[in-house]
Design a protein around this ligand. Structure first.
Ligand code: GLY
Ligand code: MN
Ligand code: MN
Length: 442
């Protein structure tokens, strides 16, 4: 079990803010369970990010209660108790005492007592904040406790009547990164960028994608990260046109490009997410260079569009605008710019969005739209900017658009940086991973 400890004051501040936002509702926030992937072999434990953000407690199977109606004891943890015979197999547990002494719980109990105690803790709450559909082990207990509250309502005159989601409140908090969190994202970005620089130096024809993956992930581990934040994508040639390619088992070919999408996850779960694309033999062909320069121009324009008062939709629209204009010039699209964008007649070449929030989750939480309105970027928000072009036969060319000449096929390019919104503009957290045409060649 990891012993990573988060600043207790920072955690206490987050909890106080969450309790304030809950109003009269009591929140039930479960930890992640251990996940088995074959036979009885478990994946390395990965804490639930909501639970981690509020508790800094890195053990499976726990449950946190946040009880604004109980101001003297608003933070209650249910945890697996100390147990030498279990700890000899799976490692140290903080137990009930540790939950109070090291993690600031006002009260703590063994997890096995949740079923009998939950309804009592909800007495006096106006509602229950719990994310239905995500926590199969805890959900029946919450529904049962809610049922008991409803049974009691006619006699007591009040009960936790409504079940609501804690996500909008909590994810709005997680969307705005505190200075301490930005520091951690800078560290994840640093290690991830270094790994990309190392990988580019070793790449040559004949190496396997997996050998390049090994260089990247070795660096993550050497630097103290938990490992990759997501399945590293090391995709030579046409494999780069498969957006979620993770087989990484092909041999790198002279004349192809290599797309690497990889980032590390730190001990406290903050993530990097970087993509770079470069020629395996050190020299772009004419077609590769033309498309690379276009994606780079789109990416740089999109990064420049990140700033307070802007929107992620605006960032995406900027990238799409540059890509479509360039594709028209290259003859890979035909017609009129705005019409192509409106109809999405470029989507056989660029089929994903330009970015996502980044934080404790790689595809981090937080709304992109509130009703009709796109969320406006504010200092502390962090997003990826990752336009690309993927030329293959997989998607049909839309009616009215030109057939693609063979010389372009098998070229997949993405360039991805992690960008924090700052007071007056933005900070590119991953600028240390080079991306100019000159840097990609050797
Ligand atoms: N590596 C996942 C993504 O770029 O969204
Ligand atoms: Mn990525
Ligand atoms: Mn990404």
């Amino acid at each position: 079990m990891s012993q990573t400890l988060i600043d207790p004051q920072l955690l206490a501040q987050r909890r106080a803010e969450f309790l304030r936002r809950l109003g009269g509702a009591a929140a039930v926030i479960p930890a992640a369970p251990l996940v088995t992937h074959h036979a009885d072999v478990e994946h390395a434990f990965r804490q639930n990010s909501d639970f981690w953000y509020l508790t800094g407690f890195d053990e499976p199977g726990a449950v946190a209660l946040f009880l604004p109606h109980q101001p003297d004891n608003p933070f209650v943890l249910f945890v697996e108790p100390r147990d030498p015979s279990a700890e000899v197999w799976n490692g140290f547990r903080w137990g009930v005492e540790g939950a109070v002494q090291r993690f600031g719980a006002d009260l703590a109990h063994p997890r096995s007592e949740l079923a009998e105690r939950l309804s009592g803790y909800l007495d006096g709450a106006e509602g229950i904040a719990f994310r239905v559909g995500r926590h199969p082990e805890v959900e029946p207990l919450v529904l049962q406790a809610w049922g008991r509250q409803l049974d009691r309502a006619p006699r007591s005159g009040h009960a936790a009547l409504g079940l609501v989601s804690p996500c909008p409140l909590l994810h709005d908090m997680r969307l705005r990164k505190a200075p301490e969190e930005l520091e951690r994202l800078r560290e994840a970005a640093r290690i991830s960028a270094e790994a990309h620089e190392l990988a580019r130096r070793v790449v040559r024809p004949g190496l396997s994608e997996r050998q390049v993956q090994a260089v990247i992930e070795q660096h993550f581990l050497e630097q103290g990260a938990r490992g990759p934040a997501y399945g590293s994508i090391v995709a030579g040639g046409d494999n780069a046109c498969v957006l979620h390619y993770t087989a990484n088992n092909a041999s790198l070919k002279d004349g192809d490009l290599l797309l690497i999408d990889a980032g590390c996850s730190l001990s406290d779960y903050y993530n990097g997410d970087i993509t770079r694309t470069f020629p395996i033999n050190g020299r772009f062909t004419g077609e590769q260079r033309a498309l690379y320069e276009l994606v780079l121009a789109a990416q740089e324009a999109a990064v420049a569009a990140v700033g307070p008062g802007q929107t992620a939709e605006g960032v995406h629209a900027t990238a799409v605008g540059v890509l479509v204009e360039g594709l028209l010039e290259l003859g890979l699209l035909c017609g009129e710019r705005d019409g192509i964008i409106e109809q999405g007649a470029y989507r056989h070449l660029y089929m994903h969005r330009t970015g996502h929030w980044l934080g404790l989750d790689v595809h981090d939480v937080g709304a992109y739209r509130l009703g009709e309105h796109p969320v406006v970027l504010e200092p502390g928000m962090v997003l990826t900017v990752e336009p690309g072009l993927y030329v293959s036969d997989r998607l049909a060319v839309p009616e009215g658009q030109p057939a693609i000449d063979e010389r372009w096929k098998g070229i997949g390019i993405r360039i991805e940086d992690d960008v924090a919104v700052s007071e007056h503009g933005h900070e590119n957290l991953t600028a240390a991973a080079l991306k100019s045409v000159a840097a990609m060649e050797r």
